[in-house]
Design a protein around this ligand. Structure first.
Ligand SMILES: [Mg+2]
Length: 166
């Protein structure tokens, strides 16, 4: 349940070709520390180019975030896509609403995010393809740092002997 289907260093590694190989038709993307550093509002050129590239390739994309509305809405507007803020990941209800916006079935949809307990767990519980990225920042809150420590322990235990991209 905590094990991602795929681990990558960053969103730029999740190419249109890779998604096609995985049979993915639509993408749910986390915001904080996946697309945007949790410590600021600066979208880097690589993330921007990556998302625009997927849009050009025809993938529907929806932001699925537990973050606050203003920040999420600003980025969604920037890209002209839909978004759910304060979504309640990993609950199934959050993924059901997001899939409704995307219009793709769970097994043909990827959830890309940096957190095991929200993004990966939620995707796995709802039958999506889970893709874990390395967080853009170490996290600004002590709580986040503690969660990251637990995530590393779980991933080390679960992934022993399997090739991982980190
Ligand atoms: Mg995140």
């Amino acid at each position: 349940m905590f094990r991602p289907d795929l681990m990558v260093d960053g969103v730029h590694q999740v190419t249109a070709e890779l998604l096609a190989e995985l049979g993915v038709l639509g993408v749910l993307i986390d915001l904080d520390d996946t697309l945007l550093p949790s410590t600021g509002d600066a979208l880097d050129a690589a993330s921007e180019a990556w998302l625009r590239g997927l849009q050009r390739a025809g993938f529907p994309i929806v932001i699925l975030s537990n973050g606050e509305r203003g920040r999420v809405a600003r980025l969604a507007e920037h890209f002209g896509i839909e978004a759910l803020a304060l979504s309640g990941k990993p609950l199934r209800s959050a993924f059901r609403r997001a899939l409704g916006l995307l219009g793709t079935p769970p097994e043909r949809t990827a959830m890309i995010g940096d957190q095991v307990f929200t993004d990966v767990l939620g995707a796995n519980l709802s039958g999506l393809v889970s893709i874990l990225v390395r967080p853009l920042t170490p996290g600004k809150l002590p709580h986040t740092r503690w969660v990251r420590h637990l995530e590393r322990m779980i991933l080390r235990g679960g992934e022993r002997g399997r090739p991982v991209h980190r």
